[in-house]
Design a protein around this ligand. Sequence first.
Ligand code: SF4
Length: 104
Amino acid sequence: MSGSGNKAMTTPKCLKDGQTGRVMPVVDFNRCEGKDACVAVCPYDVFEVRKIDPSDYRDLSLVGKIKSYVHGGMVAYTPHADQCRACGLCVKACPERAIKLVKI
Ligand code: SF4
């Protein structure tokens, strides 16, 4: 997933119910190793870890492709990004520092 055109947030604040759709997590697939930490920590089930799509695999750097091979091609997608409340738990939990929050 690309965050191009979005402004990265450095100090996110939790949003209340009804304030969704303002911030979303963006996962850097060159860093993500599909370790599930984001799935476990997100209170709103934003993430899903699954095999990387072929089109996303093609966009990986050479190092990213090597890492992908080593960890079985699993990465975290954000099928419910519209439910993000900007709590920042996933950013802190990711061992690969692969997640950032961006303003929509
Ligand atoms: S910032 Fe919070 S609500 Fe948003 S995806 Fe991360 S853990 Fe989920």
